[in-house]
Design a protein around this ligand. Structure first.
Ligand SMILES: C[S@@+](CC[C@H](N)C(=O)[O-])C[C@H]1O[C@@H](n2cnc3c(N)ncnc32)[C@H](O)[C@@H]1O
Length: 455
């Protein structure tokens, strides 16, 4: 009985050649065509290859206008049978390299090109992300690979190390709608970075994957699927810039997948900065701004003194102004009252650093208030009292670490201003031992420039 399934146009191929092509299949990620013959098994992914090639061309044209591409190099990591590079080979690249861990996939491309008489100028190498070496390429493609790996951030660091200018990524991703408020709460977005950046977060899903198919993981692994938000964070931290979503999952899905396979893919591009040296990090600048802001900012007077007397000296001041009452209740509060009292207190405080100080008062209140009052006394030029109050923090067993290293900084400054170099140096040493990342010298300059009364 005649086979009725789709056979494409076999054209002038001999039965032996057809068997050979079928032997090397499946051609899931390609549409090899020549002389009226079409070799493809994209199946439910029909159109993906052409769609991707068009998007890659658009992005390249945007980032390398005019003659900018001439003699640039391009690398495709996880290139399968090399079809995508083949479809880009009319562009004036100086070098085109495809890396693929499965020798079978490289051979798959070689045989079909040989049978169809398709020449190639692409260099193919057996290798994977871990064996990329030191050579760098102007453009790096990584298509349909990330979601077959154990560690996406490690992969992106590897890609960053070989990418000189532009990265183009395609991967399966977890829809943004899965990023719920509950997950956001569970993740506790309270690190210092969120003082300076939007409260972004992502999730990554894990699943088991064997190496059984030509397009899957290299070896049995727990592979990771990122959300788009995770990808952006990973790219940013790996040192890429100008991250752009080229095709979002909605457009991708709507354009391509009409069958019953629901695919949620994304295409992204990212740049390597002009200096193209090592990945930059803003971390040191955030730390300097943060510590500087907290050190410089005082809570409104006389509240700090009143709170200090109440919580550190157990005295009950006769008059308790409103902000002080709110702060006292906030420090002691539990449950839903905490958020309410915090937002009430925030209304008194115009400055974001003042709000940060206020927010944190409820954690180790005795030490935090000692530090705040010590800062206030220092700025008023009441040096002896400031030393006494700050040493009340640093000499209390199990004191709050943050209050301790900040108090050490102030104690060093106080001893300097009081003309006691041994004290200045001792407290500087203690501060730097307590927190080696504390930006002592930067804050020293700020402090020296401040209007503080001389004794
Ligand atoms: C789904 S296919 C995608 C093929 C092609 N890039 C495309 O998008 O049409 C995944 C490819 O990644 C390769 N691969 C799997 N693990 C890899 C790794 N650790 N490093 C590089 N490539 C890998 C597979 O062998 C396979 O060729």
């Amino acid at each position: 009985m005649a086979h009725t399934g789709s056979q494409g146009d076999a054209g002038a191929l001999s039965p032996g050649q057809i068997e050979e092509i079928n032997t090397h299949g499946p051609y899931n990620h390609a549409v090899w065509t020549a002389g009226g013959v079409e070799v493809t098994q994209e199946e439910q992914l029909a159109g993906r290859g052409h769609f991707l090639v068009e998007r890659i061309r658009e992005v390249i044209a945007r980032h390398f206008p005019g003659d900018g591409l001439r003699s640039c190099s391009i690398l495709d990591v996880g290139c399968y049978d090399g079809w995508i590079l083949h479809r880009l080979s009319d562009l004036p690249f100086g070098r085109m390299v495809g890396i693929e861990p499965r020798a079978k996939n490289i051979e798959k491309g070689r045989r079909v090109r040989e049978i169809l008489g398709i020449p190639t100028r692409v260099e193919f190498r057996v290798g994977d992300l871990d064996s990329l070496g030191d050579e760098r390429f102007d453009i790096v493609l990584c298509l349909g690979v990330l979601h077959h790996l154990e560690s996406i951030p490690t992969a992106l660091r590897r890609l960053r190390s070989v990418c000189r200018r532009l990265l183009f990524l395609e991967t399966l991703c977890i829809p943004s709608k899965r990023l719920t408020r509950g997950i956001r709460r569970d993740l506790e977005l309270k690190d210092l970075v969120y003082f300076y950046k939007d409260k972004v977060f992502g999730i990554t899903g894990q699943k088991l994957e064997t190496s059984y198919y030509d397009g899957s993981a290299r070896a049995l692994a727990v592979v990771s699927i990122p959300s788009m938000e995770s990808l952006r964070m990973y790219l940013d931290v790996a040192g890429f810039e100008s991250v752009e979503t080229v095709v979002d999952p909605e457009r991708y899905g709507a354009t391509l997948f009409k069958g019953d396979r629901r695919i949620h893919d994304v295409c992204m591009s990212a740049r390597v900065g002009e200096d193209e040296g090592r990945p930059r990090s803003e971390e040191a600048s955030w730390v300097r701004q943060y510590e500087g802001g907290l050190m410089r900012t005082l809570l409104p007077r006389p509240h700090t003194r009143l709170l200090y007397e109440r919580f550190c000296l157990a005295r009950r001041p006769p008059i308790v102004p409103l902000f002080c009452r709110i702060a006292s209740s906030y420090i002691r509060s539990t449950g839903w009252r905490t958020a309410m009292l915090r937002s009430l207190g925030d209304r008194w405080l115009a400055d974001r650093y003042a709000r940060e100080i206020f927010k944190n008062l409820r954690y180790a209140a005795v030490d935090k208030l000692g530090l705040e009052y010590g800062k206030e006394l220092y700025r008023q030029g009441m040096y002896a009292q400031a030393v006494e109050v700050l040493q009340g923090v640093t000499r209390r067993l199990n004191a709050d670490w943050r209050s301790v290293y900040r108090a050490f900084f102030l104690l060093s400054r106080l001893h300097d201003r009081m003309g006691i170099p041994e004290g200045r140096d001792r407290y500087r040493g203690l501060c730097q031992t307590s927190n080696p990342q504390f930006p002592f010298d930067a804050l020293l300059q700020e402090d020296e420039a401040m209007e503080i009364p001389d004794v």
